[in-house]
Design a protein around this ligand. Structure first.
Ligand SMILES: Cc1cc2nc3c(=O)[nH]c(=O)nc-3n(C[C@H](O)[C@H](O)[C@H](O)COP(=O)(O)OP(=O)(O)OC[C@H]3O[C@@H](n4cnc5c(N)ncnc54)[C@H](O)[C@@H]3O)c2cc1C
Length: 308
């Protein structure tokens, strides 16, 4: 299908606001945007991107990103429809689309009498985002429970299936490239009574409510924890809770969460990340590495090193 046909059909759209698709609820527009509902539509969208010479960036549930105020000069792909499906096989393997919410994966598994994926309810992302980030909480990471992931290369359209070892999944890190789209993943589970699974889900939900700043706009942990320490502990120890750049503020509840007050710009968050990073480096010698992903172009904070 040509680019014109895809635009006519509504699959390919121009200048689409991304803020409502992110947990920070801020930032600009995608130059091009598409919501493919299955692999056939995705293949058509990727072929159009190649025809137009546009870069492709995939957005999951937007819970780990800051979209630049000037927007993203690329084709942003958001997986919907069949990509949000979750199925549990007779052998207890959970098969989930790249766009499936992690909470849906955890609940489908528990409902089918299978355990091991309950920790995923603590992470407000998608399967694709969790694979890309090797997301985890409460001592378990995506890599620990994943069998393999199905990945489409946006540049060639080629499809590969990769194991955690092949993806070099480590703490909040993988070798999934920007032009690679995780379209599905398979997870292993263990037999477990549904009641026990539901109790575990309640525990994880309670942990999240008790430890994280609920009711605020944020993207979870801003920095990765340095080896043997916690980024939040270091930031708190330096007295940086409440530090702000414009509307962006270091959470008083959890110092590794940066919240966005009404009117905050993406640049405010970028600047706050740069300022905190610099202050921590000067005071402790520790170079914190951002966990959040900055999409699009940002200006360097005055007198500060850029965080990415
Ligand atoms: C309140 C809160 C609590 C959080 N708690 C945790 C936690 O406990 N543990 C944790 O690990 N994280 C946590 N996070 C961060 C975030 O939820 C995870 O990183 C999550 O895995 C991101 O998934 P997403 O779908 O939202 O990805 P996005 O934020 O949309 O994208 C993140 C990155 O993944 C890429 N990506 C997204 N989808 C795909 C795909 N299909 N294929 C390839 N690449 C893709 C994007 O291009 C981007 O680079 C938290 C966030 C919030 C807001």
């Amino acid at each position: 299908m040509t680019v014109g046909r895809l635009v006519e059909s509504g699959l390919l759209r121009r200048d689409v606001a991304l803020a409502p698709m992110t947990t920070y609820r801020l930032g600009g527009e995608a130059a091009w945007f598409a919501e493919p509902a299955d692999e056939t539509e995705l293949a058509a969208v990727l072929a159009a991107a190649r025809e137009m010479g546009e870069r492709v960036i995939v957005l999951g549930r937007g819970s780990n990103v800051v979209v630049a105020d000037r927007g993203v000069a690329a084709l942003v792909v958001h997986l919907v429809g069949a990509f949000a499906d979750v199925a549990v096989t007779a052998g207890g393997v959970v098969e989930a689309g790249g766009g499936a919410p992690l909470a849906k994966v955890a609940r489908a598994s528990v409902d089918a009498g299978r355990g091991g994926l309950e920790f995923l309810v603590g992470i407000p992302g998608s399967v694709g985002g969790a694979v890309r980030m090797n997301a985890g909480c409460l001592g378990t990471e995506t890599a620990d429970v994943m069998i393999d992931a199905r990945i489409v290369d946006a540049r060639s359209g080629d499809v590969v299936v990769r194991t955690p070892a092949e993806l070099e999944m480590a703490y909040r890190s993988t070798n999934v490239a920007v032009h690679e789209i995780v379209v599905a993943a398979r997870f292993r589970t263990e037999a477990q009574p549904t009641d026990a699974g539901l109790a575990r889900i309640r525990e994880v939900t309670r942990w999240r409510r008790d430890t994280q700043p609920g009711g605020t706009l944020n993207a979870g942990s801003v920095f990765k924890n340095p080896p043997g320490d916690a980024a939040g502990r270091i930031i708190d120890h330096l007295g940086l809770k409440g530090l702000r750049c414009g509307g962006a503020v270091v959470s008083s509840r959890h110092a590794n969460f940066f919240e966005a007050d009404p009117g905050t710009t993406a640049q405010d968050i970028y600047d706050l990340v740069a300022v905190v990073r610099r202050r921590v480096a000067v005071a402790t010698g520790v170079e914190l590495e951002p966990e959040v992903k900055f999409l699009g172009e940002f200006a360097s904070a005055p007198g500060e090193e850029a965080p990415t």
